[in-house]
Design a protein around this ligand. Structure first.
Ligand code: ADP
Ligand code: MG
Length: 244
């Protein structure tokens, strides 16, 4: 049995800056893997490398045992890698359903099939009730749900969530945690970058902590949140954790 996603020795360099230094990780079906760390740690860059949006200096990425290292992002998406973006940019003038139909059409040529996939994604992300509303009218919590629905309409096997919970109020956060938990029940593997520790602790099976591109700790949420190195580099900051 191959892992859903395996990354070995990932290095990403921007000029003289090593943004991600020799990171190795493995993620099984149905598992939620959390990636945490201070701003500028390299979390989004690692996501970009694994999903095909950032060039890797070194390393290997495999999806269910298949080497995808050389494949561009759109091919990785077709093979089952879905992602949300830290800054969501829906087509404002399109409805919620239309926004979700666009990725659905990438793998379903018939309109009826694409619509079925899109409606499923809207239901899973809890935003089916807004299907016909222009996405410009959505509040933050619903924009996040739309971002999740767009990723789900690719029918991913591995889903990358980049700070999906940031800025949500407590009820919206609790609902989003519930949506993500339900998704993994059907075997979806999830990799999430998240500053909201409540979400990390409640959802993640395994957590890796990055700082300045380096892995500084790894383990269960309980292990890493009690690790003195992690408290010093990240959790103990007088600043609020948060990218924005
Ligand atoms: N396209 C880029 N070109 C140059 N430097 C970048 C680029 N993207 C990110 N960086 C740098 O890489 C480091 C990691 O950034 P990032 O991955 O966004 O961190 P995080 O998501 O953990 O906050 C930062 O120092 C950032 O300035
Ligand atoms: Mg980031």
């Amino acid at each position: 049995m191959h892992a859903a996603l395996e990354a070995e020795g990932i290095v990403v360099q921007f000029g003289g800056l090593v943004a991600v230094n020799d990171i190795t990780l493995s993620l099984d079906e149905g598992e939620i893997f959390g990636l945490i760390g201070p701003n500028g740690a390299g979390k989004t860059t690692l996501f970009n490398a694994l999903t095909g949006y950032a060039p890797m200096r070194r390393g290997k990425v495999s999806l269910f045992g298949e080497d995808i290292t050389q494949l561009p992002a759109f091919v990785r998406a077709r093979l089952g890698i879905g992602r949300t973006f830290q800054i969501e940019r829906p087509f404002e003038e399109l409805t919620v359903l239309e926004n979700v139909l666009i990725p659905a059409f990438l793998h379903r040529a018939r309109r009826s099939d694409a619509e079925r996939v899109a409606w499923d994604a809207l239901e899973q992300a809890g935003i089916a009730d807004r299907a016909h509303q222009p996405s410009a009218d959505l509040n933050l919590a619903r924009r996040r749900r739309l971002e999740l629905a767009k990723a789900l309409s690719l029918k991913p096997k591995v889903l990358f969530l980049d700070e999906l919970m940031a800025g949500l109020n407590p009820p919206a956060l609790a609902e989003m945690i519930g949506f993500v938990r339900t998704l993994t029940k059907s075997g979806l593997a999830v990799l999430m970058v998240e500053h909201i520790m409540k979400a990390v602790v409640e959802l993640c099976d395994h957590v890796m902590v990055l700082a300045s591109g380096e892995r500084i700790a790894e383990g269960s949420p309980e292990q890493v949140t009690n690790d003195p190195k992690v408290i010093e580099a990240y959790l103990g900051d007088s600043d609020e954790p948060g990218d924005r």
